[in-house]
Write a protein that binds this ligand. Structure first.
Ligand code: GLU
Length: 302
């Protein structure tokens, strides 16, 4: 069986320096293993998607010599598959409807002394776990503890990152019953990504380190849906001049791809890949990095 990797951008704007690092890293990893590399457009969060950004991203990738080895998948066309997965979880007794508003969740957390940490979704206090109590169903949540108990998963859940080394998270305590389908009817990233990684047969996930914290949740869902768990590698983030993570939200400037080798070289530098002579063609440069890939990325000792 071939290794299959993927790059899964959300079309909230064009590629920037940070997302190019993730794209290049996943492509090099697939090439280094003689595997396939797929592109999936993660356009489930429609209010955040920018019209045309998907095509723009695909064009930018192509300019950098990064082209999907199979037809591109769009998550906006995958609703039926997500519904099937949710139905499976409901039938197992592992998903439940939730009628809480954001305000009610925050009030309940204030009572239990939970505070919302920066950059983390609030831990859901479990109000609707045993019934809606007359409220209208808004979202669907995963009953994390029940999945862990029924499947005898370890607590904390441990996993190995190919670059960051051993990782662990107590998903029930630290994350809680996370959302599968949102109150606005949109599919949650966690469910969509797990269903699609399985559907596309992804064996190797390489993505930015800002997503590391989502991995344990995704592994719980893979167990719940009887999907294999891929191997994971989270690549270093490219920081902006202010030391903040580059993102489309904080105005990361679009890449200048008039000479695609320039931004590619910067991405390669962020990954610690060896410099190539200035007159090396794009194809030769990519091939040289793919050869150097497994040697360059050694696990960081912790
Ligand atoms: N679509 C996600 C993002 O752009 C990445 C998903 C993933 O690689 O798992 O943040």
């Amino acid at each position: 069986m071939h290794d299959i990797g993927r790059f899964a951008p959300s079309p909230t704007g064009p590629l920037h320096a940070g997302s190019l690092v993730a794209a290049l890293a996943s492509w090099l990893d697939a090439r280094a293993h003689g595997g396939q590399w797929l592109v999936r457009i993660e356009d489930v969060d429609t209010p955040r998607c920018v019209p045309g950004a998907d095509q723009h991203i695909l064009q930018q990738l192509a300019q950098c010599g990064l082209v999907s080895d199979a037809p591109v998948m769009w998550q906006s066309q995958r609703g039926a598959a997500y519904q099937t997965a949710l139905d499976t979880l409901i039938a197992k007794g592992w998903a439940y409807p939730c009628g809480c508003s954001r305000k009610e969740i925050e009030d309940a957390q204030a009572v239990t002394g939970h505070t919302r940490e920066r950059h983390h979704a609030a831990v859901y206090p479990g109000t609707c776990r045993h019934g809606l109590n007359g409220k209208t169903a808004r979202a669907w949540r995963l009953n994390v503890q029940r999945v862990i108990d029924d499947l005898k998963l370890a607590t904390p859940l441990t996993w190995q990152d190919r670059l960051l080394g051993p990782q662990q998270q107590d998903v029930a305590q630290e994350v809680g019953d996370f959302v599968l389908r949102r109150a606005d009817g949109l599919w949650a990233y966690q469910l969509a990504v797990v269903v699609d990684d399985a559907a596309q047969g992804i064996t190797h996930i390489v993505r930015g380190a800002d997503l590391t914290d989502n991995t344990a949740r995704q592994i719980v869902l893979q167990h719940a849906l009887d999907f294999p768990t891929p191997s994971y590698m989270h690549t270093p983030l490219v920081l902006g001049e202010n030391g903040e993570k580059l993102s489309k939200q904080n105005g990361a400037t679009a890449l200048d791809l008039s000479q695609p080798l320039c931004p590619l070289r910067m991405a390669a530098q962020a990954l610690g890949l060896p410099k190539q002579a200035d007159d090396t063609s794009m194809q030769q440069t990519l091939d040289a990095w793919a050869k150097a890939w497994t040697l360059t990325l050694r696990p960081v000792p912790r």
